[in-house]
Ligand binder design. Structure first.
Ligand code: ATP
Length: 230
């Protein structure tokens, strides 16, 4: 399988705190890998290295074969954060058009993605007026408009009800079927079992377990299971 993300031997420290201590991880085209672990395990640090927000200290991070700190590689990335705040004045369509233009695409690229995410009718609405589920679909639209090779999502469905979660993951599954790789952090073990091909558990900056959801469920220490809300 072609890897859209390859992380090898990554170490990262903040002053005297070791946040990542030799992490290896790969995500193949069309694969969904869930990153699970307790607070402070190093998940956010790893995600920030993958999306190029943090400069690498040791080891290598390759997204679609390139350095995520380089603009051309960042175009291969779609990022969905947990409950992102939107500027108060901007409308749904404007935000997706902006994301298309930043990806080097014509403004017209926004239309099909708005339709794919069921947001066409909300195009003229200010993003701050959307419901939680609609906001996350908007973020997903902004992340997908550039046709990324890798989608990186940090707790993307926190606060969403079951129906909104299902709709969100259905769109992700459709993109995966077209080869998009997914790295998602979650505290929700049931969700990772439903959506991921592989779960990677990190604790204290190291990968402590890795396997299919079936292989891992039951083996996880209690402290790794942070929340189990449906
Ligand atoms: P959470 O689930 O709580 O977001 P996490 O798994 O994402 O946790 P990180 O946020 O990556 O973990 O943190 C890993 C370690 O690095 C922790 O010990 C944390 O306190 C430390 N850390 C993270 N960011 C900083 C920073 N900017 N300065 C100093 N220490 C940091």
């Amino acid at each position: 399988m072609t890897s859209v993300l390859e992380v090898q031997g990554v170490r990262h420290r903040y002053g005297g705190t070791v946040a990542l201590d030799g992490v290896d991880l790969a995500v193949g085209a069309g694969e969904c890998v869930a990153l699970l672990g307790p607070n402070g395990a190093g998940k956010t640090t790893l995600v920030n290295l993958v999306v190029g927000l943090l400069a690498r200290q040791e080891g290598s991070v390759l997204v679609a074969g390139g350095d995520p700190r380089v603009a051309a590689t960042r175009r291969a990335l779609g990022v969905v954060q947990q409950s992102l705040g939107f500027p108060t004045t901007l409308k749904v369509r404007e935000l997706v058009v902006g994301a298309a233009v930043r990806a080097g695409l014509p403004r017209s690229a926004a239309g099909p993605v708005l339709a794919e995410l069921g947001l066409s009718e909300l195009g003229g609405r200010r993003a701050v007026k959307l419901s939680g589920g609609q906001r996350q679909r908007l973020q997903l639209a902004m992340a997908l408009v550039g046709s990324p090779a890798l989608l990186v999502m940090d707790e993307p469905t926190v606060g969403l009800d079951v129906a909104a979660r299902r709709a969100f993951w259905a769109t992700v599954a459709d993109r995966r079927s077209r080869g998009v790789g997914v790295l998602v952090t979650t505290h929700l073990i049931e969700e990772s079992a439903t959506v991921a091909d592989r779960v990677v558990v990190v604790d204290k900056g190291k990968v402590v377990a890795s396997g299919t959801p079936d292989e891992l469920i039951g083996l996880l220490p209690d402290r790794t299971v942070i929340a189990t809300t449906a």
